[in-house]
Design a protein around this ligand. Structure first.
Ligand code: SF4
Length: 576
């Protein structure tokens, strides 16, 4: 790390991976660093979220023992031997605690190293990207240490956790400021001001008075008057690419065209769907392929067919060879939509993820306000499958659901369960994610919790911010949280969630495999249902044991494939 830094950007991290693609390329911090460097500031990124880093600090014998026990736990649980799997769980328990103890020692040591660097180099500003759960707790501890030992340093929070929890991240006083939305432009402005005002308190007073006495800065889609939606093209350096999964999260647009679902924290955005200009998307894809990256995941909550088609046309016209995945919204299927999917698949679309939430129409409209019907979900999935069959190129479909959920008079939870299973049986998606109902501040569910049957405990938001879970793990292993739905506490809700998950897995559909993974697994030849179930089993063993040998092996194949795809674009085939 070089001396004389203006800002240190730190990615927070948890002791364990939560999903396989946790160690994806850190696009937003690379983008901020690129922007700040273009403006003449010196910035450095500290990112410990790497594929093999989960093993750091833990003695080998613990990792070996945990891996073996997790293997037997998963095998016996899959075979339905509940008592035996419980035994393995009991044996694994103390080892898990010991392994987490060593991981936390390691994380604390890294925290001390960061604090020493900031102190020794008198770095005036530190930005921390906040994630949920244990990663958030680590951020709080880091911010507190920085405050105590580097009193002149301004500590700023940003990232996904601030987008979801907004002003609540400032309740602890750990952070001086928080940025809700894109950070690159505002950080450049803050750094310019900081260079002029050396006293930290005077600087903060000035910032706060200009913001209207709040320490939360809303930018981009969270600020009605800020139209700076697109940042520069991020540049990844060699360290950014080390021990990472080589897919790039590409900003193809912002928001979703519906933006009204009762449970969705995206509804806090002031901007509805805004597509990014296709020329900018082209430039970014060309640059990424030059950097050896051929897999892309589009970032917006929805890529509408019209914008997807425009991107696909550009890719085909330019003769580009990439694979990409994206989120789609179900809707009325027409010949135009079918043609759009055929075009997108021909241009490299290999997987989509779709929010279904529930297949019960009354619940979907009155409880979720999803704006789609069961029939539309079914027809959109069939349309994508038919388009893939017609082009002769696979395009995988993932579906997410919320279960259990609030219900209405005359509808039972079992009605919802049966409707969900029927939809899955009729559409057979390639992967499904089922989550219990989450309550996020600023959503309609949160603001009208009692109307939907929720009861929220007094410390709910604080515990929700620190709630550590892995979508990948059996929900029965998730910890408790202080809220209930129709008098059912979280433990009971999770039992229901687990019931639906198991019923879906019994159909041979893996749980929790994301769109970008569906795309990359296909590319490395893991294309059958059985392949995906095996992938899910082995990666779960890695995640449960805090090891990385299987994920490392798969990532190596994925990265070879990503590089091959990327370099195939540079044999004079891309038109300038
Ligand atoms: S859940 Fe999806 S469709 Fe609904 S508002 Fe959120 S992003 Fe939009």
């Amino acid at each position: 790390m070089r001396k004389g830094l203006d800002i240190l950007l730190v990615n927070s991290f948890a002791p364990r991976h939560r999903i396989v693609s946790d160690a994806s390329l850190e696009n937003s911090l690379a983008l901020i660093r690129t922007h700040l460097q273009q403006k003449g500031f010196s910035a450095h990124v500290v990112d410990e979220q790497r594929i093999t880093s989960v093993e750091k600090g833990v003695p080998r014998w613990i990792l070996h023992a945990l891996r073996m026990l997790s293997h037997w736990l998963v095998e016996t649980s899959n075979a339905g031997h509940r008592l035996t799997s419980l035994l393995f769980l009991l044996f694994a328990w103390p080892l898990q605690a010991l392994s987490l103890y060593y991981r936390r020692l390691y994380m604390n040591k890294l925290m001390d190293t960061i604090v020493s660097l900031v102190k020794d180099d008198s770095i005036p500003m530190v930005g921390i990207k906040l994630w949920y759960g244990d990663a958030y707790k680590w951020s709080l501890a880091l911010a507190a240490k920085l405050k105590a030992q580097c009193p002149g340093t301004v500590v700023i929070a940003g990232g996904p956790h601030v987008k979801v929890f907004g002003e609540h991240v400032l309740e602890t006083q750990a952070f001086d400021l928080a940025i809700m939305g894109p950070g690159e432009e505002i950080l450049a402005q803050l750094l310019s001001l900081r260079q002029k005002i050396s006293d930290k308190q005077t600087f903060l007073d000035l910032v706060q008075s200009s913001l209207g006495q709040t320490r939360l800065i809303r930018t981009g889609q969270f600020n009605l008057s800020d139209h700076s939606l697109w940042g520069p093209i991020p540049h990844y350096n060699a360290d950014d690419l080390r021990d990472k999964m080589l897919f790039h999260t590409l900003v193809d647009g912002i928001g979703c065209s519906w933006n009204k679902c009762n449970f969705c924290s995206h509804t806090r955005q002031h901007v509805t769907y805004t597509p990014r200009p296709v020329e900018e998307i082209h430039s970014e894809i060309v640059e990424m392929t030059r950097q050896g990256i051929g897999f892309f995941r589009f970032s917006s909550s929805e890529t509408p067919a019209a914008h997807g088609s425009a991107i696909a046309k550009m890719l085909l016209d330019q003769g580009m060879n990439i694979n990409y995945s994206m989120f789609v919204r179900a809707g009325q299927v027409s010949p135009e939509i079918y043609d759009a999917f055929r075009l997108m698949i021909r241009s490299g679309l290999r997987a989509v993820f779709m929010g279904g939430e529930t297949a019960h129409d009354l619940i979907n409209s009155s409880v979720m306000n999803k704006g789609v019907t069961r029939r539309e979900i079914m027809e959109t999935i069939q349309c994508i499958k038919l388009a893939a069959a017609d082009t002769g190129i696979p395009c995988r479909v993932g579906l997410s659901m919320i279960y259990p959920c609030p219900i209405l008079p005359g509808v039972t939870l079992d009605d919802v369960f049966q409707a969900n299973i029927k939809l899955i049986e009729e559409t057979m998606p390639d992967a499904v994610i089922v989550n219990p109902p989450g309550l996020f501040p600023g959503t309609f569910w949160f603001d009208h919790a009692e109307r939907f049957g929720f009861k929220i405990g007094p410390a709910f938001i604080t515990s929700m911010m620190e709630y550590e879970y892995s979508n990948y793990k059996p929900v029965e292993l998730w910890p408790a949280l202080d809220y209930s739905l129709n008098e059912q506490n979280l433990a009971n809700m999770l039992k229901e969630t687990g019931k639906l998950r198991r019923a879906i897995e019994d159909l041979g559909i893996p749980m929790g495999v994301s769109d970008e993974l569906l795309m990359m697994l296909d590319a490395v030849g893991l294309q059958s249902k059985a392949d995906r179930m095996l992938f899910r089993k082995h990666s779960l063993i890695d995640i449960m044991s805090g090891t990385s040998s299987y994920i490392t092996k798969i990532t190596s194949q994925i990265n070879d494939c990503s590089r091959r795809l990327a370099y195939s674009n540079h044999s004079n085939r891309i038109k300038k």
